[in-house]
Design a protein around this ligand. Structure first.
Ligand code: NAD
Ligand code: TYD
Length: 339
């Protein structure tokens, strides 16, 4: 039987890639996308499927139990991406993170408790482990979030688990590393640096530029989520990593080299408060189950840079809109890349 999905936050970066992936992979399935269209939600991410008869967009808030109760009735699987996601914003406005990431997750779980859904995929993050100085975090490592974003995500992650333990909601939790790929908001490292470089603007590198992230191509993450819908065990947490640990400096140089721009565009700026030095995942658990990423990092990064080069129409709209107003208020000095 063809599955029916409720995807939250499907107008954002990973959610939109996931919806397109799933409609392509399972032509008979049906997808409802519930998204509030915050500054990060962008219907341009879904051009091409907006008229697909198996896809329906609903503008709404996950914190609204009336909408959530109505939509959850007709679906088999919930994939919950919706969240406030940018660490810098969480430092200047933690309240929206608590509301959406924690309370919104509670509303969804509470609706799920009284529904017939077969799977509730809760999208958490590797950031819940906090900074990993040595080695890597496995699913049993302690959660030590260090900023309001990661703390809200840790709260939501454990709340999801509690709904499995207490009410047997069929929750599966994913904690992936940093994603990259097409349609990522320009506030995040790779799109910001790529689009700034294209415009010959500065690349604002925080601190000494040696913080490390493990980079995962977004389509690999979509495949892992699909894999876990089919093979994951309820009540379990799965790390999704790719062993592509790179410093921000390395990413900056690669972007500039790929675009034929000078290293002098790099500008060291004041560090982010409580800036996690390193994220690193042990993802043996999902590997043993049979998943591994398919995309080579260097090739996927080149393709991603090419995508931003060829889709200026997409990101110039975002840079001119609400994004610009926000950074003009908050980060005028630090974010010199934005005119
Ligand atoms: P994003 O910021 O690009 O998109 C978030 C989407 O959620 C937007 O479309 C926004 O409109 C929507 N949204 C926000 N508040 C909402 C609300 N109250 N009700 C309904 N919709 C709402 O985020 P992303 O990068 O695609 O991340 C998706 C999920 O994956 C998040 O839960 C995030 O924590 C997690 N995650 C992201 C990464 C990453 O590298 N991007 C890594 C690990 C985990
Ligand atoms: P980001 O894309 O915000 O993801 P996260 O903080 O959730 O990992 O940032 C990735 C890394 O890049 C992080 O170490 C912070 C750094 N960074 C900069 O140096 N300059 C920037 O302008 C941004 C947005 C990030």
């Amino acid at each position: 039987m063809a599955m029916k999905f409720l995807v939250t936050g499907g107008a954002g970066f990973i959610g939109s890639n996931f919806i397109k992936y799933i409609l392509n992979e399972y032509p008979g399935c049906k997808v409802i996308n519930l998204d509030k269209l915050t500054y990060a939600g962008n219907l341009d991410n879904l051009i091409g499927i907006s008229k697909n008869k198996n896809y329906k967009f609903v503008k709404g808030d996950i914190c609204d139990p009336v909408i959530v109760n109505r939509l959850i009735k007709d679906v088999d699987v919930v994939v919950h991406f919706a969240a406030e996601t940018h660490v810098d914003r969480s430092i200047s406005d933690a309240g929206t993170f608590i509301k959406t990431d924690v309370f919104g997750t509670f509303i969804l779980l509470n609706s799920a408790k009284n529904s017939n859904i077969k799977k509730f995929i809760h999208i958490s993050t590797d950031e819940v482990y906090g900074s990993i100085e040595d080695g890597s975090a496995d699913e049993d490592s302690p959660l030590k979030p260090t900023n309001p974003y990661s703390a809200s995500k840790a709260g939501a992650d454990r709340l999801a688990y509690s709904y499995f333990q207490t009410f047997r909601v069929p929750v599966i939790i994913t904690r992936s590393s940093n994603n990259f790929g097409p349609h990522q908001h320009v506030e995040k490292l790779i799109p910001l640096f790529t689009t700034n470089a294209i415009e010959n603007k500065k690349l604002p590198l925080y601190g000494d530029g040696l913080n490390k992230r493990d980079w995962l191509y977004v389509i690999d993450n979509c495949e892992a989520i699909d894999f876990l819908i089919n093979k994951g065990v309820e009540g379990q947490v799965y790390n999704i990593g790719a062993n592509n640990e790179k410093t921000n400096m390395h990413i900056s140089h690669t972007v500039l080299k790929e675009l034929g721009k000078p290293d002098s565009l790099i500008e060291f700026v004041k560090d982010r408060a409580s800036h996690d030095r390193r994220y690193a995942l042990n993802w043996e658990k999902i590997r043993k189950l049979g998943w591994r990423p398919k995309h080579d990092f260097d090739t996927a990064l080149k393709q991603t840079i090419k995508w931003y080069s060829e889709n200026r129409w997409w990101w110039s709209k975002v840079k001119k809109g609400k994004f610009k107003d926000y950074y003009q208020k908050q980060y005028v000095k630090r974010w010199q890349g934005i005119s």
